[in-house]
Design a protein around this ligand. Structure first.
Ligand code: BMA
Length: 838
């Protein structure tokens, strides 16, 4: 028998610093910063430069406590365990004034035997949080490690707390603390299900085999009474995605390893490649009298996933392979959604993952400098078909291996591998972020460290952790680091094998045209400012200059503002104000990433993946994110919806601005596509100066160059060159699916005419339909609503015809009733020609 007593709910807490002795309340799960905010003790740390004062409050210790009642029946259970799903981080836990345990790893799920600490009636639990800031500062003074990532407080490597909480080149230094996940006491007697592992076998027979390995924990006092020993039974029930029964079988305790067959499996596919059906598995532990003692439940997708590193003509491919099919991986890197973990909610995460699916992602990399997301993150990825490249939580740091560190990292890894291994979305485990690369290439800031740390690296990531993973999951692919060529410091960022991080565009200031040929680009990126509405959320009007103290403190990469301005100088006219600067910076970001993705998709086969840096933000900031802290899509995210579409087109220039242009059709679906494409040369008034059409079939999982053209007869004329453009349109039947445009001069030298916009808004059952027409050709047309945050079906598009562009907004995006007139009144339309003054 098993019973869970939740200890979530209202706790009392107070600071242990001398100046603060008042006692407050706060809801658990919850964190110190969120409870300070609720009690109005601080202002929002994300407002202006509040971060720094709030950071110093993290140098104090805090005590959390509450009462709970234990009944006589509870004490009749043979065993009681305190389960902490997430404690952040250094804490001493006492029950009834007796120390139960000390914690020092936020990535772990802790279980402590507490029966001997409990008493019938009223009990008191206390969790004393020791300051993480104090810990890392002392650590930094006491060790010989001098490297920390840009913006990150030194000493953080020694503490198993998400590194980004100490700051990053996109995040604030706010190492909050608290009970951030459920806390409960589990009572049980006799036996319970301790572990269930399910391996899949997909043979040629067409059926899928599920191999179960069940571990039952029987209490030793019970086991010793041999004569009374029970026979235990497991009842395994499998239901299909609609809830229909697939099988229900009962096994006895001699059969803890058994196999079930699913006769007509419906396979799980990543987004864009098929459906994502999920089967439910439920196991009940029964005694001879058929009383249920425990239940285990999970959802699985029937699929195989691995990574092919087979040799190819360039070196070795790096291709995520699902159900035997090598896919082109498309997505981004995910960072934690907030520094204040109480603000991360199931709803917010669900929206973010839906936004990934809507932008045609099929993969996210959970980056190693954060923490392991909640179960609901992975559940949602299962549902949306988003594969997960799961880093272990190590990144950009020098780690010192010692006994306690080893124990922590092994246990936290096992905890999380066991928690996540059944998810359909789980594609691969990866040891860390950028550390093999750092050591192998002798990054300047790593030079001078004692060589034992490099040896520690090898022990941790090439021996200790792979073994810890294998002990719990022997089927999922393991990759030692990102980037890597397979380990052993063997040229980790080699371009023709393994995965690559490419930062020459952006960090080294190189032009977009420099993207080379890679096998799988798992990190590359380009910064932009968030929308003016987001800037307004953390600034006063007088702060809204990018070099102000406040704006600079919401830009964590010291060189970044200069870089943005430099790239603007290359492509665009000088923006007329901060609002326009933010808009243009987003267009540049879109262009930068699109350039890379389209290049790599054209090299499908040689390259098999793109994960740009980064999907999201953890606070309002200028960064590489495509969706900002408030969930607002930047231009890049709308661009991703176009350039990551499984069936789409791209335009490739021989070299930038060349009149020799090639037109490509991409098919990353599993079906052949019939299509038609128009290729046009046009002028400001949408007059067609030249045109050609192409029609044909495109095999599944392929790319085709359908046309090559030389526009020199037009571009040789200087005036024409800066006023004509080529448009490439893709149709299925009569339906226009998408289009792309290419200029023959940089936008700053293009002769944009001042457009007059004509907007009409109508409504249908579920959406508002907005048609934007313009008096002339215009580029990167942005739509936004002054007072509402909505997602448009398309945005930052070009207008290349008198008919304009029609986009849709779901009515669900509005909380209150809206009319087409109100939408129109609230709508702002702008394009590149509106971004500069003379
Ligand atoms: C990558 C990441 C992060 C960083 C980003 C931008 O290397 O792994 O460490 O935020 O670069 O600089």
């Amino acid at each position: 028998m098993r019973k869970i007593q939740s200890l979530n709910g209202i706790w009392q807490w107070h600071s242990e610093s001398a100046s603060h002795d008042a006692v407050y309340t706060g809801e658990v799960p919850g964190t110190v910063i969120s409870h300070m905010l609720q009690n109005k003790l601080i202002e929002d740390p994300y407002w202006r430069s509040n971060e720094y004062a709030v950071r110093e409050l993290m140098a104090n210790n805090y005590l959390y406590e509450r009462n709970f009642t234990v009944s006589g029946e509870d004490l009749d259970f043979s065993c009681a365990e305190l389960i902490c799903d997430g404690i952040d981080t250094i804490a001493s836990i006492s029950i009834n004034s007796r120390l139960v345990a000390e914690t020092r790893d936020m990535h772990r799920t802790y279980r402590f035997a507490v029966k001997e600490f409990l008493q019938e009636g009223e009990n008191r639990i206390e969790v004393f949080f020791h300051s993480p800031l104090d810990f890392v500062r002392k650590e930094d003074e006491g060790n010989d490690i001098f490297y920390a990532s840009t913006g990150c407080i030194h000493g953080n490597a020694a503490l198993r707390k998400a590194h980004y909480m100490f700051g990053w080149d996109w995040g604030p230094q706010l190492p909050d603390m608290g009970i951030f996940r459920n806390i409960a006491i589990e009572y049980f007697s006799e036996a319970k299900i301790q572990d269930v592992q399910i391996r899949q076998e997909h043979g040629s027979s067409g059926s899928a085999g599920l191999k179960f390995e069940v571990k039952i924990k029987q209490l030793s006092s019970y086991e010793n009474r041999q004569e009374q020993r029970q026979t235990w039974f497991t009842e395994t029930e499998i239901t299909d995605p609609e809830g229909g029964l697939v099988s229900r079988t009962v096994r006895n305790s001699r059969e803890w390893q058994y196999e079930e067959t699913i006769p007509e499996p419906r396979l799980w596919w990543p987004n864009g490649l098929g459906e994502h059906p999920l089967y439910r598995v439920s196991i009940r532990l029964l005694d001879e009298a058929e009383t249920c003692h425990d239940t285990y439940e999970c959802r699985i997708g029937l699929r195989t996933v691995t990574v092919s590193t087979d040799k190819n003509e360039y070196g070795n491919e790096f291709a995520i392979t699902v159900n035997g099919i090598k896919i082109f991986t498309m997505g981004a890197n995910y960072i934690p959604e907030d520094n204040i973990l109480t603000r991360v909610t199931k709803e917010r995460t669900a929206q973010l993952i839906e936004d990934c699916a809507a932008a045609n992602f099929n993969c996210l990399r959970v980056w190693g400098g954060g923490y392991y997301p909640d179960d609901y993150f992975y559940d949602k990825c299962d549902e949306e078909g988003i594969l997960i490249w799961q880093d272990l939580m190590f990144g950009c740091n020098v780690y010192a291996l010692n006994d306690t560190f080893e124990e922590d990292i092994v246990e936290e890894t096992k905890d999380n591998v066991r928690r996540l291994r059944h998810h359909a979305c789980l594609a691969l485990w990866c040891g860390n972020n950028e550390m093999e690369w750092g050591w192998a290439d002798e990054w300047a800031r790593l030079k001078g460290h004692h060589p034992r740390y490099k040896a520690d690296y090898t022990k941790i990531f090439e021996y200790i952790l792979p073994r810890a993973i294998k002990a719990c999951d022997d089927t999922t692919f393991f990759w030692p680091s990102s980037p890597s060529s397979g380990g052993a410091f063997d040229n980790p960022n080699a371009t023709n094998r393994g995965d690559q991080h490419y930062w020459e565009v952006w960090h080294s200031g190189k032009p977009f045209t420099e993207y080379g040929d890679f096998s799988f680009c798992s990190e590359y990126g380009f910064q932009s400012f968030p929308h003016s509405k987001t800037i307004a959320s953390f600034t006063l009007p007088e702060d809204r200059n990018i070099f102000s103290k406040v704006m600079e403190s919401h830009q964590k990469n010291p060189a970044a503002n200069g870089k943005i301005l430099n790239y603007i100088a290359d492509y665009f006219l000088y923006p007329k104000d901060t609002d326009s600067l933010a808009y243009i910076s987003q267009i540049l970001q879109l262009k930068a990433i699109e350039y890379g993705v389209e290049h790599w998709r054209r090299k499908r086969g040689q390259c098999m993946g793109s994960l740009y840096w980064q999907l999201n933000d953890c606070w309002p900031v200028a960064s590489w994110a495509s969706i900002d802290y408030y969930g607002r899509w930047k231009a890049l995210h709308y661009g991703a919806r176009r350039f990551y579409a499984p069936f789409t087109i791209s335009i490739g220039e021989e070299k930038e601005l060349s009149p020799h242009v090639s037109y490509y059709v991409h098919n990353d679906t599993r079906e052949e596509q019939q299509c038609r494409a128009d290729i046009l040369l046009m002028d400001h008034e949408f007059r067609v100066l030249w045109e050609e059409a192409w029609e044909g079939g495109l095999p599944a999982l392929s790319v085709l160059k359908c046309k090559e053209t030389d526009f020199s007869p037009w571009t040789d004329d200087e005036a024409l060159c800066s006023s004509v453009y080529s448009v490439f349109r893709l149709f299925r039947g009569e339906e226009l699916l998408t289009e792309r445009t290419v200029l023959f001069v940089k936008p700053k030298h293009f002769d944009y005419h001042a457009p007059a916009y004509d907007v009409s808004v109508t409504e249908s059952e579920h959406s508002f339909d907005i048609t934007v027409k313009a008096s002339c050709f215009c580029q990167y047309v942005e739509l936004y609503l002054k007072d509402f945050d909505v997602i448009f079906s398309d945005n930052f598009f070009d207008i290349t015809s008198p008919e304009g562009v029609t986009v849709h907004v779901s009515k669900k995006d509005f909380k209150d009733h809206m009319s087409p007139d109100l939408v129109k009144e609230n709508l702002v339309v702008r394009s590149v020609a509106d971004s500069y003054g003379s």
